[in-house]
Design a binder for this molecule. Structure first.
Ligand SMILES: CC(C)(COP(=O)(O)OP(=O)(O)OC[C@H]1O[C@@H](n2cnc3c(N)ncnc32)[C@H](O)[C@@H]1OP(=O)(O)O)[C@@H](O)C(=O)NCCC(=O)NCCS
Length: 152
């Protein structure tokens, strides 16, 4: 992710979540949080210019990669873009020495859970009433052996 991607990333976030991050949050993560790693997915237009269609942010917490957010523009879903973003992020986090990966996901978000299951994440816990807009529970999903998964 680069500074010039921030507007598109914020737009995708707003289109993807009922509780999007504040407008300046991605800028903070990109420029000021030394423990953040951020990627975008870009597709190429016919004229050769790129369009940002997805983004992922990961926090490096000691030896754990915490997936802070992942979203793909609604017009570009089901084309493997989240898969590519997650694979890239997990491989890089493994290279940086992270041993596990973890995340929270809405209990009703079966699409995202299916994606994470494909990567070997397992549900290890539940935070009751975690989401402020509807008091929905969060499932905690963990990939216990990131090094092995990243090599697969
Ligand atoms: C979840 C999300 C990131 C998936 O992005 P995507 O680019 O469409 O995902 P992919 O095309 O890489 O899909 C990979 C797998 O995820 C699962 N999946 C993705 N979307 C799905 C859906 N709508 N229903 C069921 N399974 C789905 C499938 O197993 C899929 O594999 P398949 O296409 O071979 O069946 C996207 O739907 C999104 O941005 N949702 C809103 C934000 C969000 O929920 N982020 C996750 C927060 S934890």
């Amino acid at each position: 992710m680069r500074i010039e991607d921030l507007a598109a990333v914020h737009q995708i976030d707003c289109l993807s979540f009922s509780l999007p991050w504040p407008a300046n949050a991605f800028r903070y993560e990109l420029l000021e949080n030394p423990n953040s790693r951020l990627w975008v997915a870009e597709i190429e237009r016919d004229d050769g210019t790129g369009v940002v269609v997805g983004a992922i942010v990961v926090w490096l917490v000691v030896d754990e990669a915490h997936i802070a957010t992942l979203a793909v523009h609604p017009d570009y879903r089901r084309h493997g873009i989240a898969t590519q973003l997650l694979r890239t992020a997990l491989r890089e986090c493994a290279r940086l020495g992270m041993r596990t990966a973890t995340l929270e996901v809405r209990a009703s978000n079966l699409a995202a859970q299916a994606l994470y299951h494909k990567f070997g994440f397992e549900v290890v816990g539940r935070r009751r009433g975690y989401y402020q807009d509807n008091q929905e529970d969060a499932l905690i999903m963990t990939l216990s052996d990131l090094q092995a998964a990243a090599c697969a």
